[in-house]
Structure formats: structure tokens, C-alpha cells
Ligand binder design. Structure first.
Ligand code: GLA
Length: 380
């Protein structure tokens, strides 16, 4: 945490705040499965937002984004979809009202060490942390699941991205040294111990975010729905790709356009991979798990078509160097690769990446070693 946050808050607002931290997430397997009611394997990480918040006995929200040197003030009757972090926060307030709860004005200051646009779900962390803090100070009685849905509502209605529930759920429910095996149909989870003796999780940030990311995201979701509509013609028990076996998909191949077929195929195959992967983790079979990570990447690249040359390049270097598992992470079209790597190989891998990536793309990659962390909570 930024130690100066409570004192900066006091200087600015002249009152003592409640402090809440809200982490970003990684996802080990199961990209683009959440909105298909599949399984995903995320965990919160030790990169986070910290909020300082106090009620101000009005209907006004006065908010300072400390790192950005920006601030915003608006009242409860001025909530509207707009640009940037203010819009996300307005979406959270609207989402709480939408759940039938009351909200009043607050003074708020926040800071973050979570990179934006790196595929680490900074917007989910922003929304979950703010919602959690409001729930805390107004004692609204919202559950963590309510808060995840409110954060998702903000993303859907105020940012226009029809995301699934993975990021918000992981930010709120995670536990240090564990992964969450989240069943996105039941919206409930199992917890899998994940303590990496002799290994590290290394994120390599391409430092690119291609413009088409959010429109392509919504287009992939629509392609999956189109696939379901086709498959339902034969079997009306199917409500999402979760209900579709690989055999059933192949049997209907003729009805599909090529890309839609490939995209649905990736989803069905990845669902199987997550189940096998969770079992491998329970058996401590990291080699097997790493292989699944590579397969997942190639599926995202060649079938789901959400990778980009920068991500593919980083995964191919990882494979050359013998990184145990490597794949693009998050929505795609930029952001980070996730690498499961032996500690003894980290230095060599980083050196090669830092040398070869800028030569190829005229851009410097960022590298983060991360660890799993507890989900959103109050800092005492
Ligand atoms: C983004 C979305 C998530 C999920 C991932 C891909 O992070 O917010 O809901 O769909 O992409 O797995």
C-alpha cells in the first residue's frame, strides 16, 4: 500500500477514512469461458488498488485519483455513462441502486500499483474495491456475490463490455496460496492449493493494447451465442456451450461458418482442459499443467483468434527457453503472457525477452513477478 494515502486523505478531506484494498487477477486456464458458463482458474494477485473512503453526509461524491493527479465531483442524481475511471465508479453506484440499496455521498481517494491495460483486470478491481468500501461504510448488507454482480453491471452498462463474472469474482473471493476453480454456471467455486515451490509466476506485458479489444470481445461472445442457436436446432436442451460435447459440435460442423465453428471448438476444448488442469494441480503435476497452458494459447491464437503477434512471440520465446507453461491471458489483443517458470530459469528468460522483444517490435516489455493474494478486504 501507498503509506501516504491515509495522511493525504486526511489533509484533503479532514476526516479519518476506512481503507480497502482490491487486487487484480491472473487466470491460469479457461480464457473466454466465463460467459459460456464454463470453468475458470483465476487467483487475485499482490497488485492492487487501495481506497480511502469516508461518508460526507451529502449526496455528493468527491473522488481523487492520487496517482493520476485527477479528481472528480458529482452528485447522486448525475450518474451517467462516460469515459475512464469516473464512469466505472458511477456504474458501481448505479449498480448498488439497481440492487435496491441506498447509497449516500462519500469522499474518496485511491491509489494503485496495478498496471492498466495489461489484462490484469484493473477495472474489475477498481469497481469491486469501490463497491466493497461503500457497502462497508453504509452497512448495506450486500454479499460478495452481489458486489461481483454490481461490478459486472458497471462494466456492461457503463463501459459497454459484455464481460463474464471471472474478474470480479476472483478479485473478491480469492485466497492467498490458492486458485479458485470457478464454475460460472453455478457461480460457486472450489479452492485449489497453489503454492509454487521452486517455481514462479512471471507476467510479461507486451505493452500493447489493440483498439479492437472491446469490440472483438463482444463479437466473440456473439459468435458463441450464434453457435448455441445453431446447435439448439438439433437439441433444445442446450442453453450454452457448456452443454455441448465435442462430438455434438463436430456432428453439426456443416451448419457453421468456418470461424464460428473454430471459436466454438476452442471453447469446448478449453472446458475439457480446465477440468484436466485442475486435476493435474491437485496431483502436483505441473509439467502436465504447463502443457495445457501452451495448448490453451494455441487455441486462443488459431481458433478463437484473440491473440496478436506480440503475445505469440513471447510465448514462442518461453517455449524455446523451456518455460513450463506460457499463454496469453485475459481478453487478448495485447496485455500480458502468463508464464509458469522454474525459479532457476527466470533470469535467463527475462534477459532474452528484454533483448529480443524490443528488436522485433520496437517496444519495451514490462515484467512482473506476482504472487497469489487474498481478495478484496478492509485494511485494519
Ligand atoms: C476479460 C473479461 C472476463 C473474461 C476474460 C477472458 O478479462 O472481463 O470476463 O471473459 O476477459 O477470459
Amino acid at each position: 500500500m501507498n503509506d501516504s494515502l491515509p495522511s493525504s486523505f486526511f489533509q484533503h478531506f479532514n476526516t479519518e477514512p476506512v481503507l480497502v484494498r482490491a487486487p487484480g487477477r491472473i487466470n491460469l486456464l479457461g480464457e473466454h469461458l466465463d460467459y459460456n458458463e464454463g470453468w475458470v482458474l483465476p487467483a487475485a494477485i499482490n497488485k492492487e488498488f487501495v481506497f480511502a473512503l469516508a461518508p460526507n453526509q451529502s449526496n455528493d461524491f468527491n473522488i481523487v485519483a492520487q496517482d493520476l493527479n485527477e479528481s472528480a465531483s458529482f452528485s447522486l442524481d448525475e450518474l451517467h455513462k462516460g469515459e475512464g475511471w469516473v464512469s466505472y465508479l458511477m456504474g458501481v453506484i448505479q449498480g448498488i441502486l439497481h440492487k435496491g440499496k441506498k447509497v449516500k455521498g462519500v469522499d474518496c481517494m485511491f491509489t494503485s500499483n496495478l498496471p492498466v491495460g495489461a489484462g490484469l483486470s484493473s477495472s474489475a478491481a477498481l469497481c469491486c474495491g469501490f463497491g466493497f468500501a461503500l457497502n462497508e461504510i453504509f452497512q448495506s448488507g450486500l454479499t460478495k456475490l452481489d458486489l461481483a454482480q454490481i461490478a459486472q453491471y458497471s462494466e456492461h452498462e457503463f463501459a459497454g463490455v459484455k464481460c463474464g463474472i471471472m474478474d470480479q469474482y476472483a478479485s473478491l473471493f480469492s485466497r492467498k496460496d490458492h486458485l479458485i476453480l470457478l464454475d460460472c454456471r453455478e457461480v460457486s467455486h472450489d479452492i485449489i492449493p497453489f503454492k509454487l515451490d521452486g517455481f514462479q509466476i512471471l507476467l510479461v506485458d507486451t505493452n500493447v493494447k489493440h483498439d479492437l479489444a472491446s469490440s472483438a470481445y463482444n463479437a466473440r461472445r456473439a459468435a458463441c451465442e450464434e453457435g448455441v442457436a445453431l446447435l439448439r436446432k438439433k437439441n433444445d436442451q442446450i442453453s450454452t456451450l457448456r452443454d455441448v460435447s465435442h462430438e455434438a459440435l463436430i456432428a453439426s460442423k456443416e451448419a457453421f461458418q468456418k470461424d464460428t465453428f473454430l471459436q466454438c471448438q476452442y471453447v469446448v476444448e478449453e472446458m475439457a482442459r480446465v477440468k484436466v488442469g485442475a486435476q493435474y494441480l491437485k496431483e502436483n503435476n505441473l509439467n502436465g499443467f504447463g502443457q495445457l497452458m501452451y495448448q490453451s494459447h494455441y487455441g486462443l491464437k488459431d481458433k478463437y483468434h484473440v491473440s496478436c503477434s506480440e503475445l505469440d512471440f513471447l510465448v514462442s520465446i518461453a517455449s524455446d527457453v523451456g518455460v513450463i507453461g506460457s499463454r496469453m491471458m485475459g481478453g487478448g489483443f495485447g496485455g500480458c503472457t502468463l508464464n509458469l517458470i522454474e525459479e532457476s530459469k527466470v533470469e535467463n528468460f527475462m534477459e532474452i525477452v528484454k533483448k529480443r522483444y524490443p528488436t522485433q517490435f520496437d517496444r519495451i516489455p514490462a515484467v512482473y513477478v506476482v504472487d497469489t493474494e487474498d481478495g478484496v478486504g478492509v485494511i485494519s
